[in-house]
Design a protein around this ligand. Structure first.
Ligand code: FAD
Length: 486
């Protein structure tokens, strides 16, 4: 049986392992941490459970697909609930917009709370759907680096329509043309942060993201986000994938430009196929030291990172939902601080995720588990200890003001994750959440391919390579790798 070795048990690593096992490979996964999941993992403190990284679950069909491929019923492993309200948005002027998953209700809500109309929302979402229908075949589901992709009829059709994907203006400019009200513009500009980008720089093609959330929906997995990791590991083990935890890969071995194996704990283990789920930057810098790295690709601007406070909160807030956003007053200034000044704004937009709203045992009775996150630049040596202390004060002041409470007095326990610890825990270069940013027109083409053009048998899957970051795209990268191995 041919042997495949997967480096990393992030979601794309596990998905690659499942796909290759189904193809008949003998598959082993080596993971540095003592647990699977990478960014998609869990933290427990003082009776509170927190999903450590991702909290918004979209495109669940890509998870289900893995169970179906293995001939299993996904619902026997993993279930999820569709959210009626995806997120509550709070503005400093007192406006609160609920992002209903139903398009008619969302349009009605925006028309009721802002000076924009249902027609503008519907026109905008129709445009988002059109961008998706043109781009998904070209940019999401296939390798951009193989000639065969461009010889496919769906791709050719899409290429002829590329003029319609709104790539020549920024997302912020496009959204100004759809909406008059600054609150609606801010609402839709925020979608750029779903892949760690800047709406004032990223092409308006990213307006595809609201379509994915609106049309396909957002979900809460039973058991929380970590259930995605656990159920996929269960499936992988059942079909014969072997996991090795606390086992960092030290080197990728090759000979005559073809992979031969990996080095783990000083020992060489043979492999016919290697899939690196490790950030591609570190794969070159740590595991392939003798290979000439594609520096231009590796130097692409990284996506933003995050500063997260995991807080046990000693009371409940009926006004809050699973996902909540507290907007900054000046969004453009906030993004300037992050991207131009490479620092944290004094009035950051704050995201509060409370999984105990759906899974009450995530917090002790009468309490809530708050995952409080702000967008920050990736790590380029900033004084994070200072930025964390200052941001903590700003966040507590803003949330206390907007919720009319003394928040500090309600925090019973705390853990903090910052760009340095994100890099340390998941080997994500500079702690970026989504690999490289999508802040320019060519970003999609400058992301690393899913295969090595120098070493046969070496593949790459995960948020740092094509088609990009976020759980759905990381899962698609595993599908592309598996298709390439055909
Ligand atoms: P990663 O999760 O990056 O895992 C890579 C794994 O490889 C790690 O386990 C690491 O330990 C291991 N590894 C590295 N080097 C080695 C080595 N040498 N040997 C062995 N193992 C190694 N996405 C969403 O869809 N929705 C969200 O709401 C969302 N929010 C996010 C919030 C935060 C705070 C973060 C951090 C991310 C968020 N994301 C979100 C992004 C999403 O988590 C990632 O895109 C996705 O989980 C990346 O998966 P991956 O397969 O690329 O691997």
């Amino acid at each position: 049986m041919p042997k495949a070795i997967i480096i990393g048990a992030g979601v794309a690593g596990i998905a690659s392992a499942i796909r290759l096992r189904i193809k008949g490979y003998d598959v082993q996964v080596f993971e540095s941490n003592n647990h699977p999941g990478g960014k998609l993992s869990v933290i427990n403190i003082n009776g509170y459970r927190f999903d450590a990284g991702p909290s918004l679950f979209t495109m669940p069909q890509y998870v289900d697909e893995l169970f179906l491929l293995a001939g299993k019923n996904p619902r026997q492993y993993f279930n999820y609930t569709k959210l009626e309200v995806v997120c509550n948005y709070f503005y400093e002027d007192g406006t609160m917009i609920s992002a209903f998953s139903d398009q008619e209700k969302l349009a009605g809500e925006i028309a009721a709370k802002t000076s924009d109309t249902t027609e503008s929302v519907n026109r905008f979402l129709k445009n988002s759907a059109r961008i998706y229908s043109i781009t998904n075949h070209v940019f999401l589901e296939k390798s951009l680096h193989k000639l065969s992709t461009y010889l496919n009829w769906n791709t050719i059709k899409s290429i002829f329509q590329l003029g319609k994907i709104d790539s020549l203006r920024t997302m912020a400019l496009a959204n100004k043309s759809f909406f008059n009200d600054k609150r609606t513009q801010q609402f839709f500009n925020r979608y750029a942060t779903y892949n760690g980008s800047n709406p004032y720089k990223a092409p308006a093609t990213l307006n595809v993201i609201p379509h994915l959330e609106q049309h396909y929906g957002a979900y809460f997995p039973d058991g929380g986000m970590y259930a995605i990791t656990l159920s996929l590991v269960k499936l992988a083990e059942e079909i014969g994938v072997r996991f090795n935890f606390s086992s960092p890969v030290e080197k990728i071995e090759y000979s005559n430009d073809k992979v031969t194996g990996v080095v783990v704990g000083g020992k060489t283990l043979p492999a016919d196929i290697i899939v690196s789920n490790m950030d591609v930057w570190f794969t070159y810098k740590r595991l392939l030291r003798n290979v000439i790295a594609p520096e231009k690709m590796l130097k692409q601007e990284r996506s933003s990172s995050a500063l997260i406070f995991y807080w046990g909160i000693s009371r409940q807030f009926p006004v809050l939902d699973l996902h909540n956003i507290f907007f900054s007053n000046d969004y453009e200034k906030e993004f300037n601080s992050i991207w131009q000044e490479q620092t944290v704004d004094e009035d950051p937009t704050i995201y509060v995720n409370i999984s105990s709203k759906f899974k009450p045992d995530d917090a002790p009775p009468g309490c809530e588990n708050w995952f409080v996150m702000i967008n920050v630049p990736s790590n380029s040596g900033q004084d994070w200890d200072d930025l964390i202390a200052v941001s903590r004060r700003h966040i507590i002041a803003k949330l206390s003001r907007m919720l009319n409470v003394n928040l500090e007095s309600l925090i019973t326990c705390e853990e903090i994750l910052d760009p340095r610890s994100i890099e340390e825990k998941t080997s994500s270069y500079q702690g970026s959440l989504y690999g490289t940013s999508s802040n320019n027109l060519f970003a999609a083409f400058l992301r690393h391919a899913n295969f090595s053009s120098q070493i046969k048998g070496l593949y790459f899957a995960g948020g740092s390579v094509h088609p990009g970051g976020g759980i759905p795209l990381a899962l698609l990268s595993a599908k592309i790798v598996s298709d390439l191995i055909n």
